[in-house]
Design a protein around this ligand. Structure first.
Ligand code: DP6
Length: 333
């Protein structure tokens, strides 16, 4: 654990002495949302968002966040064309992140973010949000940071944002350095055109315990968590092999078992964390029934009640029979 290393002190090593806007306004930049097939769950450093395990995700193509920054007479944060109150948690996080770069005497800015993730899908937007904000900061202040630095700094906003700098399959390597500068995401050089992701909405209500507090509580209180790093390391290996061999069965089985193992550690936390609702369980059972009936579909879930289905294009119509309302994404276009 690095008690003394702060985000500010790490970032400062990579910034020019003067950080100032290079334009009144920059055009919006885009970062995709992502879904982990091997989850990030647990931090070895809470300040820097350094993970206990490496993770592997798939980016959601055109679904994500567009973010623009402009010079303003006071700090303002806008989300989907609505101004967000300055004391709102989201606005405070955005401004605190900008402060890491512009310094104490930085000029006020207006940040405009548009999320095109279907609100009905109940998908987290912090990954694409911080990745797009990082790219916007880089462009607004003319920093020209290397991709690995962009990933490491986006990670300090939200861990999963480190993976949202890239499209396709992405691995976030946990790293070993105390300052975390080797804890960065890298894209995998693999395409899988036939892969599809289905978003199944159970509820979009804001959850009582966010993933940040949920993972910290799990690490601190669940004895079962001790098995998680081993499970994650084995799953990461399996996923690499499944992707290299285009073995969909192996990919789906591994992702589903990984998600359920993560949820098992949460359920074993105290107070317990059960993000599932009765409809989440009903959806899982429908998936298992579909598989028993010969339709190859798997699921993954994050710290919330909604499911993300994994299947291949040839099975899309069959999966739709079970989940007629799902949104379908083709991550490789
Ligand atoms: C279950 O990246 O939202 O979605 O680093 O505290 O911001 P912070 O957490 P966050 O956690 C995501 C957890 C997860 C799994 C994953 O995306 O890998």
């Amino acid at each position: 654990m690095s008690e003394s290393i702060t985000k500010q002190s790490v970032i400062a090593n990579y910034l020019p002495t003067v950080v100032a806007p290079i334009a009144e306004r920059i055009d919006a930049v885009f970062a995709p949302s992502n879904i982990a097939l091997c989850k990030y769950w647990g931090k070895r450093d809470v300040e820097l968002n350094l993970p206990i395990n490496s993770s592997l995700s798939i980016s959601l193509a055109h679904l994500g966040s567009h973010t623009a920054i402009s010079v303003s007479d006071e700090d303002q944060v806008w989300l989907n064309d609505q101004r967000v109150a300055a004391d709102n948690k989201f606005a405070c996080k955005v401004i605190a992140f900008i402060d890491l770069f512009r310094g104490a005497n930085g000029l006020p800015v207006r940040v405009d973010t548009q999320n095109n993730i279907p609100t009905a899908a109940g998908l987290a937007s912090s990954a694409s949000g911080f990745a797009a904000l990082m790219l916007a900061i880089d462009s607004f202040y003319g920093l020209k940071l290397e991709p690995q630095l962009l990933s490491a700094f986006a990670r300090m906003g939200s861990g999963s944002a480190s993976r949202s700098l890239y499209t396709g399959f992405v691995e976030w390597q946990m790293g070993v350095r105390e300052d975390g500068m080797d804890s960065v995401a890298l894209p995998l050089d693999s395409h899988w055109d036939a892969l599809r992701i289905g978003l199944v909405k159970v509820s979009v209500a804001e959850k009582a315990v966010d993933s940040r507090s949920g993972m910290n509580r799990t690490v601190e209180t669940a004895h079962l968590y001790q098995s998680w790093p081993l499970q994650a390391a084995a799953d990461l290996e399996r996923l690499h092999r499944a992707i290299a061999d285009k073995n969909f069965t192996k990919l789906g089985e591994t992702a589903e078992q990984n998600a359920l193992s993560m949820h098992a550690t949460m359920i074993a936390a105290w107070p317990p964390l059960l993000y599932w609702q009765p409809d989440s369980v009903a959806a899982m059972q429908r998936i298992w029934q579909a598989r028993a009936e010969g339709v190859e579909v798997y699921f993954t879930m994050d710290a919330g009640p909604n499911l993300k289905l994994l299947f291949t294009a040839d099975n899309e119509a069959a999966v739709k029979q079970y989940f007629p309302d799902m949104d379908v994404i083709a991550p490789f276009g």
